[in-house]
Write a protein that binds this ligand. Sequence first.
Ligand code: SAH
Ligand code: SF4
Ligand code: F3S
Length: 440
Amino acid sequence: MKKYCILTYGCQMNVHESEKLAGILENFGYERETNPQISDVVVFNTCAIRESAEQKIMGNIGELKQAKRNNKEMVIAVCGCMTQQDNYPEMLKAKFPFIDIIMGSHNIADFGELLQKYLNSRKKIIEVGAPQDILKRDSMPKIRTSGINAWINISYGCNNYCTYCIVPYVRGRETSRPREDILKEVCECVNAGYKQITLLGQNVNSYGNDNREKFGTFAELLRDIDKIEGKFRIRFMTSHPKDLSEEVIDVIASSNKICHYLHLPIQSGSDRILKLMNRSYNREKYLNLIKLARERISGVEFSSDIIVGFPTETEEDFLETLSVVKEVGYQQLFTYIYSKRKGTVAEKLDGQVPLSVKKDRIARLIKLEQELATEISSKYIGRTEEVLIEDVHPKKQGIVIGSLDCGKTVNIKGDPSLVGSFQRVKITNAKLTVLYGEIV
Ligand code: SAH
Ligand code: SF4
Ligand code: F3S
């Protein structure tokens, strides 16, 4: 059987889009393979969020040069956010003449047709179009790959134009998916046995903004999903703090399916930098949201994204970020060094921060995060919690990995047959962000 390999970079959106690309490839009769070197079709589903991501992808594409030379029949396709940028298709074509298909982030629903066209003609294809029918991708077949987890899009694109971010340029305007379609897909996933449904959107809280009458609000959508019968968990990402409503907080609080966990990226603790980032909230408003969520949602935990070294960020600005991290006590942090992106507003700002300063700041932030982590995790020791067993441990035999409702990860002694089940687990130990426990 002929083999395909998809290499996925970037966010969960891309992970899920790769599941759709896999659906097309399996309909063609290809079989999944993890090693690109021995595959007949290799797809790079790319990300453009930071320069480091692009460098890694280009390195990985380069590694296929020899394999393609040895096997002329091999098909190499590159798609996703990187290819959607101005001049990138031409640049990729010049740098890697052995790429066969270049497709933009808006064209993935056409991948089957493009692949067929290429196989018939063996002529290189570049297709980087404007978004035509963005919702067409919802009807693509999907090969879900994340075990008991199912990803479901609720919206595409982003209208926020945070000044550092490339996403609105490569993913287009925010487009909501009809509520009935989402509900139908959730039902299908629950009936198929998925235990954890994650709703995906760049900003889930603005779901329906494009047509309030037709789509309703995110709170209404959550309420409807919560009513679906079955034992399963609902998660979602990402929540933009500027649009997180009291109503959404209350729906989470009163539900026993929606996880008591919010990924609520703050990006910076300095009001001056938040303004320059065009985030539309300040530190005080953000902290008030955290306070409200803590008052209403029992045991809620938070995670966040933080960028260090945004243009003009001073030591004082950075100290504000450290202090907000201490104040909130996040259960998990995703920390990034600011990376200049072509075409964004921040690219043109004076006062770019030297790399050595950025590196120093991220190291201090990670150090603080680690100092806080064990303390935050330790409060769970001795508690008995409901845990969803998600997977076997990738390295340790006889250990399975589960998650608490609040998103915390726990390592437990147990065999693979437990995967997909809910268990009562007593937490016995904590190291950094990971908990250790025993099934009771
Ligand atoms: N829509 C989501 C984030 C998507 S991108 C949200 O608004 O939260 C994921 C994260 O990458 C962002 O939260 C941000 O922290 C980081 N990021 C985006 N652009 C970046 C850049 N130019 N440099 C460094 N980090 C960036
Ligand atoms: Fe980027 Fe901001 Fe949109 Fe998130 S909300 S995708 S950070 S522009
Ligand atoms: Fe990257 Fe595109 Fe996601 S730029 S983070 S893959 S939306």
